[in-house]
Design a binder for this molecule. Structure first.
Ligand code: F3P
Ligand code: MN
Ligand code: MN
Ligand code: MN
Ligand code: MN
Length: 541
């Protein structure tokens, strides 16, 4: 007899989605930047002017930071790059000019790291002697410290130091300004570097609306226009993938599996939100739907014999052999086979080269990792934490996303693809973070249902510690992996690499986002529903 996880049905029927998304402008594959009204162009020019006006360095840094946090930096990529490159070239003068402005030095440090310009912690001597009454400076140092690499002890200490100090301030009655309290509380909840970009943007626009004095009104208006314009694009995209999913009809054929089309699409907005990545979001929404189904087959529904056979056929990528499979696997195989081949076809049509070997490899690696876990589960084996993670960084499926990001990127060429024979260095920490965030939120229910021991259980078993201790150790591992990401992000050269790394970071952020209140993907009725409504449906007024 087969098992079932008794997942709840989808919250979002196609009719519901079509009704919610009906009145949006058409989606065009090639985003040409003209979806907005002329007031958008006017504001864009005004802001560019402000960017190039003569002003204090600290003011310029504030402006760039606002553009980023408002989610509109992608409209000013070149201006921001030019401005920061110029500042980077005069770093020595700057540390002199900044004197003891902790805020300016910490902000500069963070902006340089965020924009792939190298800066070492040693160039920031002020970190330890900061003024404790300087809340803005403390906050800036706190955020900057989350861009630390493994060996940057000064910054790790800065994290501890600022957390302790800012917490103390919140608990005391010394922080009287309500807006400042809100910002400090928000930052302590989660640093900027770990936040899902769109979600942060919506919060930050709200803060700026309430604190209108602190921001150029043109900039705020521009950000609101842009947020709402992107949201109408997302609605159209969601309507399109929902129609695809419904016509595919696969969910009805595998009713034991999670049916999560709308949430799958939300993941992809977290991974690459800019309008030009529609094809990536489309392919990845399909990818997440398939990953979810295959995962439920391996975790819950399939027998070990079936799983072995399925893995074998995916490995051979052989559609001629599907009659060996049980019916539910036949249709699943054919759906994946067709969709992946289709994606490869599109790329071949537009760019003339064959990415199928890379896409195929990603799906094969996924199924093989799933099979390892299934065998462990069926034999009652508990791996060590290292042994588990060696496999589980693949079984979380993020390498499929990264492969797709690489193959589909505007900048990818035949030559660069041939260099993609291994997964890039940033894949490991990005996938590992996804895995650890997932395990923290989903493993209790998984173990109860019957599943392979996840990181927390492997850690408990190997180290003989309680669940609470294991959870703390996994959180430390999360911090360590963020530092690996920071190290790798810093050494970026080509724009293809930059794109891939942004997706890799955004994957980690989006896993944090979905799993911060529990299993926000499997159990989508709670906070996930609010998040989805807020990001995809409700415009800023
Ligand atoms: C496979 C799943 C997920 C993790 C993958 C998430 C993506 C692709 C956005 C959602 F569907 O959850 P699950 O907890 O069951 O994965 P696991 O690998 O732990 O079985
Ligand atoms: Mn699962
Ligand atoms: Mn699984
Ligand atoms: Mn899980
Ligand atoms: Mn970005």
């Amino acid at each position: 007899s087969r098992r079932s996880a008794n997942y709840q049905p989808s919250l979002w029927t196609d009719d519901h989605i079509q009704a919610l998304t009906a009145n949006s402008p058409a989606v065009s594959r090639q985003y040409n930047g003209t979806m907005q009204s002329s007031s958008f162009d006017y504001l864009h020019e005004r802001i560019r002017k402000v960017m190039w006006e003569e002003k204090e360095v600290e003011e310029q840094l504030r402006l760039i930071d606002q553009l980023q946090q408002l989610g509109v930096a992608y409209h000013f990529r070149k201006d921001i790059a030019d401005s920061l490159t110029a500042l980077h070239a005069s770093l020595e003068d700057l540390s002199w000019k900044f004197g003891d402005s902790l805020h300016a030095s910490a902000l500069l440090f963070r902006l340089l790291r965020q924009n792939n310009l190298s800066i070492s912690q040693d160039e920031r001597g002020h970190f330890t002697e900061c003024l404790k009454s300087d809340v803005e400076g403390m906050l800036a140092l706190y955020e900057a410290s989350y861009f630390a690499k493994e060996e940057e002890e000064v910054l790790h200490e800065a994290t501890e130091f600022t957390i302790e100090h800012l917490k103390g301030l919140l608990e005391s009655s010394r922080l009287v300004d309500g807006m400042v309290r809100e910002k400090v509380g928000h930052a302590l909840e989660l640093p900027l570097n770990w936040r899902m970009e769109r979600w942060h943007t919506k919060w930050f626009i709200g803060v700026c609306q309430r604190e209108a004095m602190s921001i150029n009104p043109n900039l705020l208006e521009f950000a609101i226009l842009d947020f709402n314009a992107l949201q109408s694009i997302y609605k159209k995209e969601l309507g399109a993938v929902s129609r695809w999913w419904t016509e595919l009809g696969l969910a009805e054929k595998l009713p034991f599996s999670r049916d999560r089309l709308a949430e799958s699409y939300l993941w992809t907005v977290g991974w690459a939100f800019e309008p030009q990545y529609w094809s990536f979001r489309e392919a990845q929404t399909k990818g997440v739907c398939f990953v979810t189904m295959i995962d439920d087959v391996y975790d819950v529904y399939g027998t070990l014999d079936e799983l072995q056979l399925f893995t074998h056929l995916i490995d051979r990528w052989d559609v001629n052999a599907i009659d060996e499979l049980p019916d539910y696997m036949k249709i699943l195989f054919l759906a994946i086979f067709n969709t992946v081949n289709d994606a490869a076809y599109e790329i071949m049509k537009h760019k003339g080269f064959n990415v199928l070997p890379y896409l195929k490899r990603a799906w094969v690696d996924l199924c093989k990792a799933y099979l390892v876990e299934a065998k462990w589960y069926h034999s009652g084996y508990t791996p060590t934490l290292d042994e588990y993670l060696d496999n589980a960084w693949m079984s979380i499926s993020v390498h499929v996303t990264l492969t797709s990001a690489y193959c589909m990127a505007e900048e990818s060429t035949q030559r660069e693809l041939s260099g993609f024979s291994y997964y890039p260095a940033i894949a490991k920490p990005s996938c590992t973070l996804a895995r650890l965030y997932d395990d923290i939120a989903t493993s209790s229910a998984e173990i109860e249902r019957g599943d392979v021991p996840k990181s927390i259980q492997c850690c408990m078993h190997e180290r003989g510690v309680s669940e609470a201790v294991a959870r703390r150790q996994i959180k430390e591992l999360i911090k360590a992996n963020w530092r690996c990401i920071n190290r790798d992000y810093d050494a970026t050269t080509t724009s293809l690499e930059g794109h891939l790394k942004r997706v890799a970071i955004n994957v980690a952020r989006t896993f944090q986002f979905f799993y911060q209140h529990g299993d926000g993907y499997g159990e989508d009725h709670g906070e996930t529903k609010n998040q989805l409504m807020s990001l995809l449906m409700n415009p800023i007024v």
